[in-house]
Design a protein around this ligand. Structure first.
Ligand SMILES: *Cc1c(COP(=O)(O)O)cnc(C)c1O
Length: 384
């Protein structure tokens, strides 16, 4: 299949050829751990043992590489497994990482509790302040610049092209966690980033039924390193998980359009509401990153956060009193979810510079009917 095809076409066709033996339109799930050899070393299609390769995983990887415009993709058992494998490929003891000051709590925990004890150092900075980023870089020692945009949960926007250029001036590998945007809304590799990581658990899977992660690269040398560690460390995605993720991705484009339009409308409905101090959504014209987001994203996505005028007490009560927005960790599924980051997704960064204010509530806006979602949110606010 040609890479000239449009995004939605590739989401359905890339890596998804029909089964040659039966003609099954949907390629089968290869639930096998090993493959018969035609004589020692006579591998069919290169398959030997499923930690090293499985056709269902390959179909997901080919799909992800196509959608992100990378040369190679690797799929993992979770987003954090993907991040861990990538960081092992990029870092050695003594190296330094620069990371945004608003990232997924588990990403910060991985670096600070696993990689720092291993001998790596970490600085967290305000990525919208390029002078601060430049001043934090230690030439020759900083090896990774880690960007998450939009960020979790404060929806900060980072200019990917600008920071990729800065990182490259210092020979740094620039990584973008593209989980919140998905490749439909944002293409970091085409903006100059070297690597994209995903929690495919979120928008790519899209149905809250599978945990997974991915690394997508464009450089062959890095591909070889990540590929070796995927096999050598072994945090691979299983075939059924890979198949569910492929199934979810086929509808990514239509889902993201709806997530974005629902979230935009809810954000606008909450601006100026007496119970709300601030709405964090890059689709609002007064969001500090709005212009950059408008340039580098197709639309502004399905995630938004709000700070409550009534502080932590009101925030907790709001998060516990919506009905369609169910109180749960995670995001990016078809169903709407609500969360209280300071004690849920970001509990691990309390007491650090990444601590999330305790008046903030995060909404993952699903693809249900907008009128029902709006009534749910406004009704819960009215009951505060
Ligand atoms: C959820 C998430 C992760 C971690 O992914 P898991 O699949 O939960 O391991 C990483 N980054 C972001 C932005 C996330 O939302």
């Amino acid at each position: 299949m040609s890479d000239n095809l449009g995004f939605s076409t590739r989401a359905i066709t890339a890596g998804q050829g029909f089964d040659p033996t039966t003609g099954a339109v949907v390629p089968p799930v290869y639930l096998t751990s090993t493959f018969v050899q035609d004589g020692i070393g006579g591998f069919r299609g290169g398959y030997e043992y499923a930690r090293g390769g499985n056709p269902t995983r390959d179909s997901l990887q080919d799909l992800l590489a196509s959608l992100e415009g990378g040369s190679k993709a690797f799929s993992f058992a979770s987003g954090l497994a993907a991040e861990d494998t990538l960081l092992r490929a990029l870092l050695a003891p003594g190296d330094h990482v620069v990371m945004g000051n608003d990232v997924y709590g588990g990403t910060h925990r991985l670096v600070s509790r696993v990689f720092i004890p291993w001998g790596v150092s970490l600085s967290t900075v305000e990525l919208s302040d390029i002078d601060q980023v430049r001043a934090t870089i230690r030439p020759g020692v900083t090896k990774v610049l880690w960007i998450e945009t939009p960020s979790n949960p404060l929806m900060k926007i980072t200019d990917i092209a600008e920071l990729a250029a800065l990182g490259h001036d210092f020979g740094i590998t620039v990584v973008v966690d593209n989980t919140f945007a998905s490749p439909y809304l944002q293409q970091p590799l085409s903006l100059g980033a070297d690597v994209v990581v995903h929690s495919t658990t979120k928008y790519l899977g899209g149905h809250s039924d599978v945990v997974g992660g991915a690394v997508i690269v464009k450089d062959d040398e890095l591909a070889a390193k990540v590929g070796f560690l995927q096999f050598g460390v072994g945090a691979v995605s299983g075939p059924f998980d890979a198949w569910l993720t492929v199934r979810g991705i086929k509808t990514l484009a239509v889902r993201m359009d709806r997530h974005s339009s629902n979230a935009q409308a809810i954000a606008e409905a909450l601006v100026g509401h007496p119970a709300i101090n601030r709405v964090y959504y890059p689709g609002l014209a007064d969001h500090p990153g709005h212009e950059i987001a408008a340039r580098q994203m197709k639309s502004f996505g399905g995630m938004l956060s709000v700070s409550l005028a009534g502080g932590a007490v009101a925030a907790r009560k709001f998060a516990e009193s919506t009905e369609l927005f169910q109180l749960a960790e995670s995001l990016g599924g078809v169903e709407s979810l609500i969360g209280y980051p300071s004690e849920m997704t970001h509990a691990s960064v309390r007491g650090t510079v990444l601590e999330v204010p305790d008046d903030v509530v995060r909404l993952s806006v699903g693809i249900e009917d907008l009128a029902d979602l709006e009534a749910d949110v406004l009704g819960a606010l009215a009951r505060l």
